[in-house]
Design a protein around this ligand. Structure first.
Ligand SMILES: *Cc1c(COP(=O)(O)O)cnc(C)c1O
Length: 428
């Protein structure tokens, strides 16, 4: 027995399913999770001293790779000054000023500790600001684990709602009507049906939690227009796409300006940080100025703020995103070529969807008719397909997030991984 599986057998005694977040479990796979001992650059090394090229990258935050020297140096020097004050400090101010100077369409920020917290606050703000109750969510978008957004449309009657988790009261999800991605009509119907009670539409402008489902620009524009016509706010959940597809996320990339933006993942450079950004008018609804309550004992943690700033400074350098996309294209190219010929074409049904520095292996469409934009068009065999690919790659020392719906994340550190990736893929 290797050490990872030994530790896992202990972990299942003390954590439900042996994990602290369900996507880390290898549920459905034949292997137990790898316990990571350390990581640097594009590599993670497990407790059995096996190393992997890491395409999970902590599910997105590590856009520079593990232990980027500039970020590490900031964290170490931050520690010398203490690691939590519960009082005002200059580090969050520096990070906020830096972000706001580069993202001109928001005026103010509030820092929290996770993406979930950011979304929770954004939803409350939207309700308070509009005086309305309902938040339209899309099937196939994930916004963290707050009660009101753990909803999907039921499989039966069109329009029925189902909580996607037990423990969520049906009264709570009543306020979350569900629309379909790439389907304007489904949104128009909700606006008609609920007349004047829609506070906001929340969406991932680049849905990346149910596979990678890039939306048409016209669709995003129409969503923006519908919100304006109906006096509803538009919330872009940019917890993945923020600082990923461009510094200003999808809002900058598409030119479509939401009313509220949530950030997470990259913004803390691998430390737990989230943020809400909006106009001053909206943000000042928050306590202590306004009546929307929100608070956090450890919010704007000084070590995390400095890790975030060190990371974002590098992202703002000229050519960073072009360079990262080029690295990603090269990686996708290597994966694609390999998948076409491996074991006489065992994986030749695969296509590697790619947007910016994200990629997602998925079965090619029947007619090769292009991109999957809606979860109704996901292949039925998605999970089985993925498990087979995941297992083969893991044995070759290549680590994807252990779940068919998760995307692959490429970091700056992967710049040096191309040759090794090829060698690992083609090694017998
Ligand atoms: C990861 C994610 C969240 C939740 O963030 P946590 O930090 O895990 O709470 C919310 N929205 C989107 C789009 C995400 O990708």
């Amino acid at each position: 027995m290797n050490l990872s599986s030994e530790l896992f057998s202990k972990a299942i005694q003390v954590f439900p399913g042996g994990v602290n977040s369900p996507v880390r479990s290898f549920k459905g796979l034949h292997t137990t999770p790898k316990f990571i001992e350390k990581a640097y650059g594009y590599k993670i090394i497990d407790v059995d001293n096996i190393n992997y090229i890491d395409f999970c990258m902590s599910f997105g935050p590590l856009i520079l790779g593990h232990q980027h020297p500039a970020v590490k140096e900031e964290i170490i020097s931050a520690l010398d000054k203490g690691w939590s004050y519960g009082a005002c400090e200059r580090y969050s101010l520096e990070l906020a000023e830096f972000i706001l100077s580069k993202i001109p369409f928001i005026d103010q920020l509030r820092f929290v500790n996770s993406g979930t917290e950011a979304v929770m606050t954004a939803v409350r703000l939207a309700r308070a600001y509009t005086g309305k109750n309902k938040i339209i969510k899309f099937n196939g978008c994930y916004h963290g684990h707050l009660d009101s957004l753990l909803v999907q449309s039921g499989s039966g009657l069109a329009g029925t709602l189902e909580a996607s988790s037990s423990g969520v009261p049906s009264e709570t999800i009543k306020n979350t009507p569900i629309a379909e991605l790439d389907d304007i009509k489904s949104i128009e119907q909700i606006f008609t049906h609920y007349n004047n009670d829609i506070a906001a539409i929340i969406m991932e402008p680049l849905p990346a939690n149910y596979g990678l489902l890039p939306q048409r620009l016209e669709f995003l524009q129409k969503v923006r227009d519908l919100c304006i016509q109906n006096d509803a706010l538009l919330i872009f959940d940019e917890v993945i796409s923020g600082f990923r597809v461009s510094f200003g996320g999808m809002a900058e990339f598409t030119g479509i300006r939401p009313d509220i933006i949530t950030y997470g993942k990259i913004i803390g450079g691998g430390m737990p940080v989230g943020a809400i950004g909006a106009s001053k008018k909206i943000m000042e609804q928050l306590a202590p100025v306004g009546n929307v309550y929100q608070a956090g004992t450890l919010s704007a943690n000084p070590v995390a703020m400095r890790a975030g700033l060190a990371t974002l400074k590098i992202l703002s350098e000229v050519g960073f995103y072009e360079n990262l996309e080029k690295i990603t294209k090269d990686i996708v190219h290597i994966f694609s070529d390999w998948s076409q010929q491996y074991q006489g074409g065992r994986f030749n049904h695969y296509h590697f969807e790619q947007v910016s520095s994200l990629f997602w292996p998925v079965r090619k469409g029947k007619k090769d008719s292009g991109r999957i934009r809606n979860i109704k068009n996901l292949p039925i065999s998605l999970k089985e397909d993925f498990f087979a690919l995941f297992q083969v790659l893991l044995e070759k020392g290549i680590y994807l997030a252990p779940n068919a719906y998760e995307v692959g994340f490429v970091s700056l550190a992967h710049m040096d991984a191309l040759t090794e990736l090829e060698n690992r893929l083609y090694k017998k």
